[in-house]
Design a protein around this ligand. Structure first.
Ligand code: AMP
Length: 305
């Protein structure tokens, strides 16, 4: 009951920020999203692909969070690699290299036992692959997807076909502007919503997140961290935390529950950015997470006279 299937990239990331750098560290959209979702969803099932060079300890780390890994294919060849850099504006990732490697021939195979998952999260991968996942699952309660500038540019039509089939779209601010072709985030949110998803969540990095849908609107601040070390994976962590929270609540899409989901996603993501890769998430406790959620409530609360 309330299983959450997550399909996306499992990667080795090389990242440079003004504060340091890391080479071939564990990353990928499905990795961050699954790890975050494992704090909430009763059962997380990851589907993706890695090459024969993928370190076994990374699989062990995800298994240690109770994430089901039977859907991770190990293919001949090298693992997907992404290299990125950030300047002082940590909101913008500059992609230095994308080596698809085993992703070039990847065909997601959803194990039979996963086809009836109640919740499906299509983390950032090629939208054609996202569509092929949707063709293999049976009547999920809710479907969500994420994407990125590369696919908006290369495969906008496939991405629009994905949007027609999802309940939630997660997208960052720059990408929302790019896709909807407008500088206004409010217009972009409404336009993206009109293309299919019931809800659109625009992630704004250090400026928080916006939730559009069902004639409502919610804005949450980001957690005010003094030091952000590496923003890589913040968006995926946010989405995994948000959707994992919704799965935990059995798919409750009432406004108060979705607002809470935004705040839990925000709190989760605030830990990811404190260290490289999944280093900070590895030591995160439920109590630390709850404390940040309480602080987010306090810092955005005010009374009217
Ligand atoms: P974000 O949450 O937006 O910071 O996502 C960062 C993650 O996206 C990194 O761990 C990368 O491995 C992954 N990534 C980057 N480019 C792609 C791509 N083209 N397809 C799938 N995943 C990607």
């Amino acid at each position: 009951m309330n299983e959450l299937l997550i399909v996306g990239s499992v990667a080795l990331d090389s990242v440079r920020t003004p504060f340091g750098e890391v080479t071939e560290a564990l990353g990928g959209s499905a990795t961050y999203a699954s790890y975050a979702a494992s704090f909430f969803a009763p059962e997380v099932r990851l589907v993706g692909v890695v090459g024969e060079d993928f370190p076994k300890e990374h699989i062990g780390l995800l298994e240690s969070r109770g994430i089901h890994m039977e859907g991770l294919q190990v293919a001949k060849g090298k693992t997907f690699r992404w290299a990125g850099a950030y300047e002082y504006d940590l909101n913008e990732a500059h992609t230095l290299a994308t080596h698809l490697n085993v992703f070039e021939t990847f065909k997601p195979q959803i194990p039979d036992s996963y086809r009836k998952s109640d919740f499906v999260f299509l983390a950032n991968i090629d939208p054609e692959l996202q569509l092929s996942v949707l063709d293999q699952v049976e009547k999920p309660k809710l479907v969500a997807c994420d994407t990125m500038n590369l696919w908006i540019k290369m495969k906008p039509d496939a991405l629009k076909r994905v949007l027609k089939r999802v309940d939630f779209l997660f997208i960052n601010d720059g990408e929302a502007r790019q896709f909807a072709n407008t500088p206004s985030l409010v217009k972009a949110g409404r336009m993206l919503e009109s293309w299919g998803p019931k809800y659109v969540v625009i992630k704004k990095g250090e400026h928080g997140a916006l939730l559009f849908g069902n004639n409502s609107f919610f804005s949450a601040p980001a957690f005010p961290l003094e030091e952000v070390y590496d923003p890589t994976g913040a968006g995926d962590t946010f989405a995994g935390g948000f959707f994992g929270y919704v799965a935990k609540q059995g798919g409750d899409i009432s406004e108060p529950n979705l607002r809470r989901a935004v705040v839990f996603g925000t709190a989760m993501a605030s830990f990811t950015v404190e260290k490289f890769s999944l280093e900070r998430l590895k030591t995160l406790t439920d109590e630390q997470l709850s404390a940040r959620v309480r602080m987010l409530k306090e810092l955005s609360h005010f009374d009217t006279p």
